[in-house]
Write a protein that binds this ligand. Sequence first.
Ligand code: GLU
Ligand code: MG
Length: 418
Amino acid sequence: MIREELAVACYCDIAGQIRGKGFPVSELDSRLASGVGWTPTNLMLTAFGPIANGPWGPFGDLILRPDADAEVRVDFQDGSAVEHFLLGDVLNTDGSPWDCCPRQFLKRAVEDLRAETGLQVLAAFEHEFYYFGAQERLGSAYNLDAIRRHGIFAEVYLAALRAAGIACDSYLAEYGPRQYEVTCEPARGVRSADHAVIVREIARATAQRLDSRVSFAPAVTPDVVGNGVHIHLSLLDGKGMPAAYDAEAPHGLSRIGGSFTAGILRHSRALCALTAPSVVSYLRLVPHRWSAAWNNLGFRDREAMVRICPVNEIGGRDLSRQYNVEFRAADATANPYLALGAIIRAGLEGLRQELPTPEIAACDPETLTVSERKRLGIERLPQSLDEALEALKADETARSWFPEQLLDAYLRHKGAEI
Ligand code: GLU
Ligand code: MG
């Protein structure tokens, strides 16, 4: 059969979906310069299909311009169509950034953090997902047999990720039936969010080649273990040296790392509207599901919203390069650019105000008295998307992170999804 390769320029929207337009691959160079036409109201497409009522209606035109640094081309060599897409930015027709482009929301946050503090964020999004093609097995967690029981999925997936330029750090069978987890190498700023999109899309592409499906839904069904997206974060100073670690500080968290984390905790209730932005996100964010239910900082505590992760001391390794904290109140229904951008904005507020390092509660916050929680500044995270959106509306500082039109579109979109 005759064939011609298609490349797709795309972006991640408010619904966390990847949408865009394709063109013949022979036109790639010209499309890298000029992009493809786009429509403002496309941003209002919900995860369920219908378009939320937005500010633009049928009016307006934009350009979606692919970024050559975010190109993915994977040939599965099974005769299926080449997986060729490029993530990009949404621009006005004069080439200026569109206020509502999620990728540029993150770019601005990264740039403001650098300009004000000289710091850069290094991040890795750790993903859990269900692979429906796996044979279920009782007691599957971490089980070698559970890996075996999902056939060649892992091998094809790792090869496809490698072809997409992403190195897998670890891969395992998670606690839930047919649940797996993939962690990839960290990357700086916008690149890390690009990687989050690519990790999800390549999992979907792999499953499709195997006539199956994956789901990153925070709760695939209400009763099974949730799929988290744990966002690992560390900071680099202007010379590229680790800035969140201080061997002398309690739990190794430097003054800078402490202020950054304190900012995240302070704005955590509003952040959930961006990091856990679906109705089903709140089936996962409940106590004792190893996700996060309170806005606390924990030391190696897998139910803390921000967890100080372990470092490997074997053989005198450099701890500063391993040191990171993990934001656990996120899932894959979130747009990774909006989620990371908002986390950086919250961290930057903490740095601006030189907030002290939050105190660590070395226990389950539920077991503390109300006054003890108050003293530690520990609050329950929102228990529904409605509550999270209200928290965002009520947090004047968090609202100021967004161009007016983006915030308006976001709130309307999520309202429609509810
Ligand atoms: N599945 C848990 C979540 O929803 C995380 C389990 C773990 O610690 O890896 O976040
Ligand atoms: Mg896990």
